[in-house]
Design a protein around this ligand. Structure first.
Ligand SMILES: [Zn+2]
Length: 128
């Protein structure tokens, strides 16, 4: 992080990333943190995952439910976590760890998500 090149947030995975020499010429246009994120972008399936998370938060009874319960298959966990991060960056959900809100771009480890309106009442436990 430097004054000339402030950090950016990846449009796909929602993680924070920093300027690198290889982006010297087009840093203004850079939206993704990696080749993988740039190739995958945010597609229809990803929007559907965001919807699925929001719907689950609006409908689960008080208590916790593992994020993996929302995954169609075991490989989907990462995509759901990225979807959750995008929602948190838009302010649609809150991510917290051990009961405290956390900065979605930098989180590692298990995290809880909830709607901003009901804070910690309804939670999904996001694995990893
Ligand atoms: Zn990314």
């Amino acid at each position: 992080m430097s004054g000339r090149h402030p950090d950016k947030t990846c449009a796909r995975c929602g993680r924070r990333f920093s300027w690198r020499k290889k982006w010297e010429r087009d840093w203004e246009q850079v939206r993704y943190c990696s080749t993988s994120c740039r190739r995958r972008k945010v597609g229809v399936a990803d929007r559907a995952r965001e919807d699925r998370i929001l719907r689950a938060l609006q409908s689960v009874p008080v208590g916790q439910m593992p994020l993996s319960a929302l995954a169609d298959d075991s490989d989907e966990g990462d995509c759901l976590r990225q979807a959750a991060r995008r929602l948190a960056l838009k302010g649609l959900i809150i991510m917290s760890q051990k009961g405290r809100p956390v900065e979605p771009r930098d989180i590692r480890g298990p995290v809880d998500v909830s709607l901003p309106t009901d804070r910690c009442l309804k939670r999904l436990h996001l694995l990893r």
